[in-house]
Write a protein of this length. Structure first.
Length: 117
């Protein structure tokens, strides 16, 4: 079993209200939460679909895959060693440790792990 698990995709939006309506009304995904006018998450089953404006999107304009890992720092180093790139090195936010990286083909990933409190 891998220490990595795809748990989220992050989509760009320039109008959060319209995007929330599309995913909840059109596709029927339940809204998990909303953070102001810049970020929301809908329940896509085993994957969370995050909707983010430029304020909160890690690489605005790209679909970014959120990968839960047991060790963000080691994963970021492994990505870089394998030909990927670091957009934002590992850091702690209010809830998790995360890093924003590109894979070896330029696709965006957010590596994250919940903070141990």
């Amino acid at each position: 079993m891998s220490d990595h698990e795809v748990k989220m995709i992050v989509l760009s939006t320039d109008n959060l209200d319209e995007s929330i309506a599309f995913y909840t009304d059109t596709l029927g995904f339940p809204l998990k939460f909303r953070d102001g006018a810049h970020f929301a998450a809908v329940d896509g089953g085993s994957i969370t679909v995050a909707l983010a404006t430029k304020v909160d999107h890690p690489i605005h304009g790209q679909v970014v895959v959120g990968v839960k890992t047991t060790d963000v720092d080691a994963s970021a180093k492994a990505v870089e060693a394998a030909g990927g790139g670091i957009v934002q090195p590992p850091y702690d936010d209010a809830h998790e440790r995360r890093a924003v990286v590109y894979d070896n083909k330029g696709n965006g990933l957010v590596l994250y792990s919940p903070l141990q409190r």
